[in-house]
Design a binder for this molecule. Structure first.
Ligand code: F6P
Length: 404
């Protein structure tokens, strides 16, 4: 590969925590090697339109110091544009012309599975580029920046919602992003000590959810000296029925990458619980026993759904994501300089930059449901009959290399 003098920085797909640290990591590592880095704004849309831009922003020391790594979102901007889908036969030449215009020799691109597939595509077209894993969904093979921040935000929202839930004795269903996997719903839900967590990897049985809700919630309120209690359900937007069908609202449409916009799982869960509460003969007795019953006005506990939506990936980045983002961004530059185009940063371990082929890195990783049984034994409902946790014991020898 010809020597690299200038790197273009692209962030693509959905924004999330830690991305500004990735950008700073790229810029500062490049600077330390005597290489310039510039922002290609707004993801692949900006890459396609680079040729028409008058200037690009140079990430020099002064500009980089204005970027706040602890804030989520991306200073480089985003779009959900997949280059191969652009209706222009000259699109790759147009991109190459744009890169030439600004003297950009190679790209460090941070994004998820769709973004990674474009890294493979561009690399195949002879454009040197490497991939830094980013997605709050955590569905890539390596850890992706943004996951930890999203887990913390979900956990915070679910915990905070308990105060209003308790005050009204409501059952709260919190629908969270995560696309087709339940990593962030699972870990965020556990972080908030949610009563029930519903993830796409486990098709939901609503009779099980109802039974768990009834015993937990009824007991909680009956035992409370002020007759107060709530029941918290965290549901991943990509939840599935036992038939394998997604529980989403078709009317939400598709995004620019061509993915279904997932919405409606929380509403569906609410409706299923309401239906059961209204026909359960034990409910009026419970309402009377706990002093809540008001004929014709308040005969059943209320179920409400809350959708934090984009809030779970906004605001602050977790310290973990700032750490990971910095080192993954820097590792992206090192990988590029080593000529590893079409590869994804996995992590840095001591003096090792760990990487893998982007084609492999973007293969979907789901929640390992073997671990779920452990949390079921601790009392959390996952929308199925609790299963037994059959573990094996593995003794580690020597030292453990990495903890964070
Ligand atoms: O892929 C990240 C993600 O946050 C998903 O969890 C969610 O379904 C999607 O992006 C929402 O995308 P958009 O911001 O385009 O609505």
């Amino acid at each position: 590969m010809a020597s690299i003098k200038r790197i273009g920085v692209i962030t693509s797909g959905g924004d999330c925590g830690g991305l500004n640290a990735v950008i700073k990591g790229i810029a500062r590592e490049a600077f330390s090697k005597g290489i310039e880095s510039v922002v290609i704004p707004n993801g692949y849309a900006g890459l396609y339109n680079l040729i028409d831009m008058e200037k690009v922003v140079l990430l020099n020391a002064e500009r980089v110091s204005k970027i706040e790594a602890s804030l989520a979102g991306s200073e480089a901007g985003h779009s959900r544009v997949k280059i191969s889908k652009i209706k222009d036969d000259r699109k790759y030449d147009r991109i190459k012309d744009g890169l030439k215009k600004f003297g950009i020799d190679a790209l460090v691109i941070s994004g998820g599975d769709d973004t990674g597939s474009v890294v493979v595509d561009l690399s195949g077209q002879g454009i040197p580029c490497v991939h830094v894993p980013k997605t709050m969904d955590l569905d890539l093979q390596p850890y992706s920046v943004g996951g930890d921040s999203a887990i913390n935000r979900i956990s915070l929202f679910a915990r905070d919602l308990k105060t209003t839930g308790m005050s009204h004795n409501r059952i709260l269903v919190i629908e969270v992003f995560g696309r087709y996997v339940g990593h962030t719903a699972f870990r965020g839900g556990i972080g908030a000590e949610a009563d029930c967590i519903l993830i796409p990897e486990i098709p939901v049985d609503f009779d099980e959810v109802y039974a768990h809700m009834k015993s937990t919630y009824f007991n909680r309120i009956e035992r409370s000296d002020v007759k107060a209690g709530t029941y918290i359900i965290v549901v991943a937007e990509g939840l599935k029925m036992a038939s394998g069908e997604l529980l989403y609202d078709e009317s939400a449409g598709v995004d620019a990458f061509g993915h279904k916009k997932l919405a409606g799982a929380g509403k569906y869960v609410r409706q299923q619980l309401e239906k059961r509460l209204k026909t359960d003969p034990d409910v009026p007795a419970f309402m009377k026993k706990t002093g809540m019953y008001a004929p014709g006005v308040y005969e059943f506990p209320e179920v409400r759904e809350v959708t934090p939506g984009h809030l779970v990936r906004s605001g602050a980045s977790s310290a973990f994501d700032v750490n990971f983002g910095y080192r993954a961004g820097a590792a992206g530059v090192l990988l590029l300089l080593a000529g590893k185009t079409g590869h994804t940063v996995v992590d840095v371990e001591g003096e090792k930059v760990i990487y893998m082929a982007t084609t492999e890195a973007i293969k979907r990783r789901e929640v390992d449901i073997k671990e779920i049984a452990l949390f079921e034994s601790l009392g959390t409902c996952f929308g199925r009959k609790p299963q037994s946790y059959d573990c094996e014991f593995v003794e580690m020898k020597g030292t453990v290399d990495r903890h964070l």
